[in-house]
Design a protein around this ligand. Structure first.
Ligand SMILES: Cc1ncc(C[n+]2csc(CCOP(=O)(O)OP(=O)(O)O)c2C)c(N)n1
Ligand code: SF4
Ligand SMILES: [Mg+2]
Length: 311
């Protein structure tokens, strides 16, 4: 079965298919919120009818970046902050592929922040999951762009003097057409939000609150949380940009005061994706780039041929 003829295949899919034979047990610390993302993905993918062969998971560097070692799809573990450019290129080369980019808050909102803004602006069709544990986990707990003001760490021993980034507002302002926040402690909501994000045509950003009990002990474990869609206290229209912006601001304001609001915040089904915009100006080839160099019978010969022509 090749990467091309597997796409669109109709068959029963079992959640266990997404558990790799090699390294099936994650090395994350006990109680790490990253388990919640993995679990929600393993549940969501079969429910939206995706087989492992139809999905590419592209990750950055961090504890979060290990995701694609534990999820049996095609995978690309990139460098720090660079999951999005790789994910974009893969999607453009093979638009049939279901592309999921993932990484940490340091990875996506810090070193890779520029890629985040422009991927949202251009509305690339993919799901982008940011594991937000409000610190650099892998490198042992330094302050990150989402650490609350006053947060003490090895790099800011007297407490951070910086105001944290507003990931939801930033995403909306940059142009993401789907923006949500969920939490590892809320697996049912997380699964539903991941399913929606995958099925959304355009840049779908999920800020996923993932507790780090090892290096961010001061942080609450994001409980209790409130689902803004289910709570009677909140009533806003996710298709209305101004209402979504107001709800996002409130959500970001109250997080560090102890109120964890989650849910979907903004959904724009009408905005064309980057591929659609490229088609409209005649810049997307009819035959995907990836298929042009692929031949079931002579795959390797064609690859050598391609390499020779480019050296
Ligand atoms: C260019 C570059 N700079 C710095 C590092 C060191 N580094 C590895 S992971 C990391 C931060 C990870 O934090 P985050 O992205 O929030 O992921 P987490 O581990 O919390 O999931 C840093 C600074 C690196 N690998 N590459
Ligand atoms: S250091 Fe924190 S983020 Fe990393 S695996 Fe452990 S609990 Fe998870
Ligand atoms: Mg982090």
């Amino acid at each position: 079965m090749s990467a091309f003829n597997a796409i669109g295949e109709e068959r029963e899919i079992d959640r266990d298919e997404f558990t790799p034979g090699v390294e099936p047990q994650p090395t994350w610390c006990p109680g790490c919120g990253d388990f919640g993302v993995l679990k929600a993905l393993k549940q969501a993918l079969p429910e939206v009818g995706k087989t492992p062969e139809e999905v590419l998971t592209v990750t950055g560097i961090g504890c979060s970046g290990k995701l694609n070692s534990y999820l049996d799809t095609y995978g690309f573990h990139t460098i720090h902050g660079r999951s999005l450019p790789v994910a974009r290129a893969a999607k453009l080369a093979n638009p049939e592929l279901e592309v999921i980019a993932a990484g940490g808050d340091g990875d996506g909102y810090g070193i890779g922040g520029n890629h985040f803004i422009h991927s949202a602006r251009e509305n690339h069709d993919m799901t982008y999951i940011v594991f937000n544990n409000e610190i650099f986990g892998l490198t042992k707990g330094q302050t990150s762009p989402t650490s609350p003001k006053g947060h003490k760490s090895k790099t800011q021993p007297s407490g951070s003097a910086k105001t944290p980034i507003r990931p939801l507002s930033m995403s909306l302002n940059a142009g993401a057409s789907y923006v949500a926040r969920t939490a590892a402690v809320n697996p049912n909501q997380a699964k539903e939000i991941i399913k929606e994000a995958i099925e959304h045509d355009g840049f779908a950003h999920i800020d996923f609150l993932t507790q780090c009990p090892t290096w961010n002990k001061d942080a609450r474990q994001y409980v209790p949380y409130v689902d803004v869609q289910e709570s009677d206290d909140y009533d806003f229209d996710v298709t209305d940009r101004a209402e979504a912006a107001e709800m996002m601001r409130e959500t970001e304001d109250v997080l560090n005061e102890g109120t964890v609001l989650t849910g979907r915040y903004y959904v724009d089904e009408d905005r064309p994706s980057y591929q659609q915009e490229k088609h409209a100006v005649g810049e997307m080839p009819d035959q995907p780039l990836a298929e042009r160099y692929f031949d079931d019978d002579a795959e390797w010969e064609r690859s050598y041929d391609l390499l020779e022509r480019h050296t």
